[in-house]
Design a protein around this ligand. Structure first.
Ligand SMILES: [Zn+2]
Ligand SMILES: [Zn+2]
Length: 326
């Protein structure tokens, strides 16, 4: 986005605010805004506090994104602040999204504020989407995580040197660990959710608060060694894909691989330039990338996010799947 704005308006008119800037850099940007040198401020949620004089318009893109709400202190919702600022300054506020948040959509419908884009950019067509019932596949004896059709299409893609993206919204290896004898499941004491097994580090991790502990082979309750692993995360999916398609080159993108040595851009650039056949990832892979050589996107266990204990899980699932399909 920054590149586009610079190309259109020139670098000296743009100020950039985000958490990767050093304190000094942030100060400089802040001052440029205050002195009215920068006419356009682009930034993540905290940019809503930029000291813009004569504010003319606020635009929030991908407004359904939950990261506009900060749950660290000071807690705030950038969208609510934007509503307030727009009202105070009597200026327009534009909230943009292909999958708007339900409250926003409702509010805009009732205030005549809803503007619908009827055509897609460049009039491009939406891809063909096919839903495959894995229960039926199981009845035919297919115990794999891939449907027969997806399996076939990936094979075709590898042969034709086309690229594939596989999306699974769970990182880690197994999503829960249970004792088969007494039913004990490892959970996080603070968050009361099951811990996810990470195979490489042989650890159990809480994906909410970051708590981690070593994996166990003996049940802490009944001392049984009959410990089983259930559910599939991106680590296990990658392992299985490498087994099924040993000739294919794969790369994985989730918080675990991004925060370690490779950055987000590194992984995407590798995927683009280094003849990698399959990119496997969590929702990170969804965000509006354009890869001309990708002709197939597979969503594994597409309905799994509907069963999270969150009142928004249906809405989120819809948003996620719609964004994948675009
Ligand atoms: Zn036990
Ligand atoms: Zn936790």
């Amino acid at each position: 986005m920054v590149d586009r704005f610079i190309a259109r308006f020139g670098e000296e008119k743009i100020a950039l605010l985000h958490s990767k800037l050093s304190v000094g850099e942030r100060y400089d940007e802040w001052k440029r805004i205050e002195r009215k040198e920068a006419k356009i401020v682009i930034g993540a949620r905290s940019a809503i506090f930029a000291p813009v004089k004569d504010l003319g318009i606020i635009i929030i893109d991908e407004e359904h994104d939950t990261s506009y709400k900060s749950d660290m202190t000071p807690k705030y919702n950038a969208k609510e602040i934007a509503y307030y600022l727009a009202k105070q300054n009597k200026i327009p506020l534009v909230l943009g999204s292909a999958t708007p948040n339900v409250e926003t959509y409702y509010k805009m419908q009732n205030s005549n504020g809803l503007i619908t884009l009827k055509n897609r950019a460049n009039n491009s067509k939406l891809p063909k989407v096919e839903v495959i019932d894995m229960k039926k596949e199981l009845a035919f004896g297919n115990k794999s995580m891939l449907s027969l059709k997806l399996h076939e299409m990936i094979e075709q893609n590898i042969k034709n040197k086309k690229q594939t993206i596989l999306f699974l919204n769970r990182r880690g290896y197994s999503t829960f660990v249970m004792c088969r004898d007494c039913g004990y499941t490892a959970t996080c004491n603070k968050c009361n959710i099951t811990l996810t097994y990470h195979r490489k580090e042989n650890k159990l991790k809480c994906h909410y608060c970051g708590y981690e502990r070593p994996n166990f082979t003996e049940c802490p309750e009944c001392k049984s060694h009959n410990i089983r692993y259930f559910g599939t995360g991106t680590q296990k999916l990658e392992e299985q894909i490498n087994k099924i398609f040993p000739e294919a080159k794969t790369i994985r993108m989730d918080i675990d691989t991004v925060s370690r040595k490779n950055s987000y851009e590194d992984i995407l650039n590798k995927f683009k330039n280094e003849n990698i056949d399959i990119l496997i990832g969590t929702q990170m892979v969804v965000k509006g990338h354009h890869f001309p050589n990708v002709t197939l996107v597979g969503v594994i266990a597409a309905d799994s996010s509907m069963y999270m204990s969150d009142f928004r899980s249906n809405e989120r699932t819809f948003q996620l799947l719609t964004q994948v399909a675009r």
